[in-house]
Design a protein. Structure first.
Ligand SMILES: CC(C)(COP(=O)(O)OP(=O)(O)OC[C@H]1O[C@@H](n2cnc3c(N)ncnc32)[C@H](O)[C@@H]1OP(=O)(O)O)[C@@H](O)C(=O)NCCC(=O)NCCS
Length: 191
């Protein structure tokens, strides 16, 4: 599948935050940051395992490259003041109901600066304005207050709960609170 217009290689969010295709970040750099954040990320994400190694980072980059070209799944690395600090991705360009889902993570040391809220805001803009999608969805575990604060800050509506549909590195099944923003709700608002 090809996406029109083509997915951007770089999104300049503002003077401090830039998104670049995730597979353009060297696997060594990706590995280093994730490795330093295993405990922080593993509380809510299933893939931040102690076994995560440089080969895993290379395989991830290859997978993202293929996804970008073949399914239009966007995976961006986030740079804050030119430093690689995390990732944000959006999938669903090929959804028959034009609904995209956004996921994200940030290094522990980069939290508290609005980097993710600003990055997600830029992807919402891209989804509605550039690609004419109808809905953007974000899901977060009930206890993940920092993650839930992002869609809440951006005016998403809480629409439901998926029971035990996620897992952390400890093998615990987690519920997911669903947040949604419709194109009609975003109209006239600044993202
Ligand atoms: C979820 C996660 C990305 C949230 O990070 P975060 O730093 O809290 O989110 P933001 O970057 O949007 O920053 C928001 C904070 O910056 C502040 N802020 C500063 N400038 C801001 C701005 N311009 N816009 C918005 N917020 C701003 C906010 O007030 C908020 O402050 P607080 O920390 O006192 O609450 C991060 O905690 C994380 O990666 N966790 C582990 C992985 C994970 O859970 N991923 C999500 C799975 S669903």
């Amino acid at each position: 599948m090809s996406i029109e217009p083509p997915l951007p290689d770089v999104v300049e969010v503002d003077s401090e935050v830039t998104l670049r295709r995730s597979f353009d970040t060297p696997p060594e750099v990706m590995h280093s940051l994730i490795h330093r954040n295993l405990e922080h990320l593993g509380r809510f994400l299933p893939w931040a395992l102690p076994t995560y190694d440089i080969e895993g980072a290379k395989a991830f980059a290859q997978m993202k490259r293929e996804a970008w070209n073949e399914s239009g799944e966007q995976g961006f690395s986030i740079y804050f003041k030119d430093e690689f600090v995390g990732a944000v991705g959006m999938r669903g360009f090929d959804s028959p109901v034009r609904a995209a889902t956004i996921g994200y993570w940030l290094s522990e040391h980069a939290q508290g600066n609005g980097v993710m809220t600003r990055s997600v805001s830029a992807l919402v803009r891209l989804a509605f304005v550039t690609y004419g999608l109808n809905q953007v969805i974000i899901k977060a575990a009930p206890t993940n207050t920092r993650s839930r604060a992002i869609p809440e800050r951006l005016g998403f509506t809480e629409t439901g709960l998926e029971r035990q549909m996620s897992k952390n590195v400890h093998g615990e099944l987690l519920d997911l609170v669903i947040y949604s923003l419709l194109r009609s709700e975003a109209a006239g608002r600044v993202f």
